[in-house]
Design a protein around this ligand. Structure first.
Ligand SMILES: Cc1cc2nc3c(=O)[nH]c(=O)nc-3n(C[C@H](O)[C@H](O)[C@H](O)COP(=O)(O)OP(=O)(O)OC[C@H]3O[C@@H](n4cnc5c(N)ncnc54)[C@H](O)[C@@H]3O)c2cc1C
Length: 391
């Protein structure tokens, strides 16, 4: 008999070793006991539960798939399943971890020198220091590969950063903020680790989001911020290097989309078994079963795709288009799934206390960040046709 929960319909967890399954179980227990009971309050107030960061840190999941520097050295498959497991209870906490462990730590891991990795990663792996990743700008989103307007100008042993960033998750409280800027000397995109508080660096929290309200997104203003050459990521020489980070993190977002869909599905299934109409549980109606099975098919097919993507990552053969296809496909299936779950709950589907409404809202942000469906589709389209169609 499988020990995996029912919604892991094809027992994908059994692909993990015993240690991996135990870690996943610890993450699940933490999320269900410590996060689920309180998360709606934080979501309503647009606040992040910062006092819980040390406890999240104790799970040991930040930088789980990186080797050395105090990181986990585990498989991408386990890393992906952990992202899914966290999102299954709450997509905001999953996003917080994705920004910290994926985008910020991943930038240092993939683009930092040996000395820089030693300097920053161990404390980030322990989550004593938190990271953020600043690529997007108010006027530059999808077109970041070509059009960053934030500039970096070298002056002796220092760089001077000027510009604005928008949507930067964790930025209001992060210790290390990766800023991607265009070097005015050679026009190439380079990465800098800014350590607030520092002169010229200011954040404004973005308010009134209708999705991922727990995540603290900010507009960052860089007004002559001075960064030592020693804090320029030594192996980030062009946007191609930034793209390596995105390749990694898009796979994580695909897994998160599975978790978001799975959480909504599980709440809907439980509700269908409890909720009575016409004198019997609505789970007994054919049309309701059709909805449930469509949701389960979405979750299962997306998870299977992600498993294979993780295996390609572990084999070192995953390319941009592999992550892009998974991100685009899984987020489309997620959006349909959370919509079906909301429909199944009827009016209660829009009440936060039933949780599904939060998944519906949060799915909208996951659908658009780390490359919209269109941009990820264009990445795959370029790979299969040999012709770029971005502009
Ligand atoms: C909650 C949230 C958190 C985020 N966190 C971060 C973060 O931590 N760090 C960070 O750097 N960024 C972050 N982002 C930014 C995110 O990555 C961008 O929102 C995303 O890349 C899309 O950019 P945009 O919103 O500017 O949309 P735009 O690029 O303006 O796109 C608008 C529409 O035009 C379409 N479009 C654009 N170009 C093309 C084209 N060539 N062909 C067809 N259609 C096209 C898009 O698909 C989209 O539908 C976050 C965003 C959100 C919503």
């Amino acid at each position: 008999m499988s020990t995996a929960p029912d919604s892991d319909f094809y027992s994908l967890e059994l692909l993990l070793d015993t240690d991996g399954r135990q870690l996943l179980a610890r993450v699940r227990e933490f999320m269900e006991k410590e996060i689920e009971p309180v998360i709606n309050r934080y979501w309503t107030r647009e606040e992040f539960p910062r006092d819980l960061i040390p406890f999240i840190g104790q799970l040991g999941v930040a930088g789980l798939a990186y080797d050395g520097y105090g990181c986990g050295g585990r498989s991408s498959l386990l890393d992906g399943m952990v992202a899914m497991e966290v999102a299954r209870t709450d997509p905001s906490i999953a996003t917080f971890l994705g920004v910290h462990g994926g985008l910020a730590m991943g930038s240092i891991y993939l683009c930092g020198s040996e000395e820089q990795k030693q300097r920053w990663l161990p404390a980030m792996a322990r989550m004593e220091k938190i990271g953020a990743f600043g690529l997007t700008e108010p006027e530059v989103g999808s077109g970041a590969a070509r059009g960053l307007t934030t500039t970096a100008r070298r002056e002796g042993d220092e760089w001077i950063l000027d510009g604005q960033k928008k949507w930067i998750g964790n930025a209001t409280f992060a210790d290390y903020v990766i800023i991607w800027a265009r070097d005015v000397a050679d026009n190439q995109v380079k990465g800098f680790v800014v350590e607030p508080p520092t002169a010229g660096f200011a954040t404004t929290k973005m308010r009134d989001k209708i999705a991922l309200r727990v995540v603290q997104n900010a507009i960052i203003t860089l007004d002559g911020v001075r960064v030592p050459e020693a804090s320029r990521l030594q192996n980030a020489n062009s946007f191609r290097d930034t793209a390596k980070v995105l390749r990694l993190t898009r796979a994580g977002v695909a897994w998160m989309a599975v978790g978001c869909a799975r959480g909504a599905y599980e709440h809907a299934l439980a509700y269908a078994k409890e909720r009575q109409q016409f004198g019997r549980p609505i789970a007994g109606f054919q049309l309701v079963q059709d909805q449930l099975v469509r949701m389960l098919a979405n979750v299962t097919s997306s998870a299977c795709l992600c498993v294979r993507l993780s295996q390609l990552q572990d084999a070192g053969s995953a390319e941009d288009q592999h992550s892009a296809l998974a991100k685009a496909f899984c987020t489309v299936r997620m959006r349909e799934t959370v919509g079906l779950a909301r429909e199944l709950l009827g009016g209660n589907g829009i009440l936060l206390e039933y949780h599904v409404g939060r998944f519906v809202a949060d799915a909208e942000a996951i659908y658009s960040y780390e490359g919209t469906r269109e941009i990820n589709t264009l990445i795959v389209g370029r790979a299969i046709t040999g012709t770029g169609a971005f502009v």
